[in-house]
Design a protein. Sequence first.
Length: 480
Amino acid sequence: MPVYRRLLPYLRPHGWRMATTITGNLAAALLDGFAIALLIPFLNILFHQPAVGMPSGWVSNLLNATTGSQIIPGDEMRSLRNVIVLVLAAVVLKNFLVWIAGQAGATLQEYVTRDLRNSVYRHLAHLPLGYFTRMKQGQILSRVINDTFETRLILTQIVTQSMQSASLVIVYLVILFGISWRLTLVALIILPVLAISLQPMLRRLRKGNLRRGNQHGEMTSVLQETVSGIRIVKSFGTEPYEEQRFAEGSNKYAKSSVKLTRLALLAQPITEIVGTIIAVLVLWLGAREVLVGGTMTGATLLAFLTLVLRLLQPLKQLSQMRATAQSSLASAERLFEILDAPSEEQKDRGTRDTAKFERELRFENVSFSYDDARVLINIDLDVSKGQVIALVGPSGAGKSTLVDLIPRFYEPTAGAILIDGVDTREIRLPVLRSLTGIVSQETVLFNDSVRNNIAYGAPGRYTAEQVEAAARAGNAHQFI
């Protein structure tokens, strides 16, 4: 349930769509139950019995109020025709409401999924650099793309199918209690039996789907690494090795999916077997009331059994919903792992909204560690404005790490970095990073125009002439 509660903020902006879906499904369920209840006067007229022919109660009163004026004494065919017209009208209106509710539900699930996906991406973009070095790129891609799609199934099941099924179950039960509360209590035995039967399976599905999500991330990681490093793969002739890595990941994912599918498919037969046993028991007890007790007519029993049998389908859908939702809940948990990770803004303790670099940059006894691995130890360095400094050393010596500490991609584990005497940790991150310009050792071209790539991060700030001048300065103007 905590995952459901955490999804509620994404539902609130679309409350009117949810209200339309719920109202439409409930009204459609009422009309569906009413159409089935009309079997009682239809069958009674067909077998030359009183039109309602059941003890006084709210169901009897409803049928008398709606069909009383349509029953013509002495003209059974016209009476049957009038009842059939009522049934058709109820069914047509019911399906129109189902369509309206379906449209609202489909729109709701797409917009909520969009908002969730955007929220995850927005938070991901503001996570510290350390998060991206610890997490595989394939795992991140899998969570943002695949897990947001899987989480959508929760909304599909809850807002559309389960709301519709739950409405039908409630309406059918109310009508069943109105016809015979004794038989209805017998029919309700199915609910605790199903809950006890399905609970162990649901727990296994939840854990299995979490594992499968991680396996999908590993498979995506291999794909991403191969595509991004395809030049190296081809240079070293390691295509067979990468094929084997991907095949192993794909095979694990496939086996996990097959195992979970087999487990999930148990929900429907278990529900149907239990439901059929209860239906046969109701049939036997109802027949005794008709033949021995005389407290119920055959038409009323047939309508009761029709409702009980119609009850099985929405109950099956609700039971399958819990099994199907386990995959979505596991994906939602993986998404919320990203959303729960503290962003740079949340960890930023800087208070200064203005900063300038006019004199010098100073490292004072700075140390840094990646977890337990010490990379920089007691670094002291003074750099004056305009001075050019080259950091030389073997790979892994900490050159990039030292530079990454200046814009606070990482925080020093000891010591301080000062800009004109001000500790960089006192400066808010956006202000601090506006003072820095970085030329990465990795060449990255975003899927955008050349102009936007050159002026990246400052849309509208530079004129076309300035962008062209930058291209010329970088010896790129000729091939652009």
